[in-house]
Design a protein around this ligand. Structure first.
Ligand SMILES: [Mg+2]
Length: 264
């Protein structure tokens, strides 16, 4: 599936302005990348139809049998169908979702080096914002932009995901957050961080793609990149990513050299 600005799917949600005149920009997936556990997996496994059906859904997405948009919508609908309100899910996730152990230091490094950090997620913005504030504090949370999907909460208390790009099989086509940077006269180096099937739409468009290693070996994004021949760097957590990113930012290593090594 190829995407470019000319054939961009229509966005039903606004974008924050892109960061012009920066040398580097960090775009990162949220669930399972900045957090240790994917909050949507958590909801589906603990409150919805459970891990087996969820895992099969992800494998079907990877194999191209079903779109991310349709499979992911079903996972979340199983949570709402079990009677869990949107607000109760938010509270449950605030209690249970943890931050990658290296993320705070990574974020402080970026802040000190004038590198914007933007979350690019297929999750729902109100949940991400609530959990992010809980994990890193209101102050820093306000400085991090979130480009994600939204939620529709219906009158009867049921809820469903509201996709940014409903016409795209990705629901949120993450390449659309990267491609506008390519139009700039002096485009920044784009670092993209991800871990799963929701990042397939971004994978081939980043300058330097970091893929998070998952405990237990299920790594759908690495499998996708290996199959498609997309160069990427495997990282364990953001403390490892920081070593790799700072080496590039400080000119000790080129992006190509870091990609050739393949591991942070
Ligand atoms: Mg993820």
């Amino acid at each position: 599936m190829t995407t470019n600005v000319d054939s961009a799917p229509e966005s039903t949600l606004p974008y924050p302005p892109i960061h012009k005149d920066k040398k580097f920009v960090v775009l990162s997936d949220w669930d399972g990348t900045i957090t240790t556990r994917d909050s949507n997996d958590y909801m589906t496994d603990e409150l919805g139809f459970g891990p087996e059906k969820r895992r099969q859904g992800n494998l079907d997405i990877l194999a191209g049998k079903v779109t991310f948009r349709d499979a992911f919508r079903e996972m979340l609908e199983s949570v709402s169908a079990n009677g869990h309100s949107f607000e109760s899910c938010k509270e449950e996730l605030k209690k249970n979702i943890k931050l990658d152990p290296g993320f705070k230091d990574f974020y402080q490094y970026c802040k000190a080096h004038d590198i914007p950090v933007v979350i690019i997620s297929s999750g729902m913005a109100p949940i991400i914002r609530a959990v992010l504030s809980q994990l890193i504090g209101e102050e820093d949370s306000k400085d991090i932009e979130i480009v994600a999907n939204e939620a529709d909460v219906h009158e009867d208390g049921s809820w469903s995901i509201k996709y940014r790009h409903p016409s795209s099989g990705f629901g949120h086509d993450k390449s659309q957050a990267i491609l506008p940077y390519r139009q700039l006269e002096n485009p920044p180096t784009i670092f993209f961080f991800g871990d799963g099937v929701s990042d397939m739409s971004a994978a081939r468009h980043a300058d330097v793609l970091y893929v998070k290693q998952k405990p237990g070996g299920e790594n759908d994004l690495a499998a996708f990149c290996n199959r498609e021949g997309i160069p990427h760097i495997i990282f364990e957590d953001f403390s490892h990513a920081l070593r790799s990113v700072s080496a590039i930012v400080e000119g000790k290593k080129t992006a190509q050299e870091a990609l050739a090594e393949g591991r942070a």
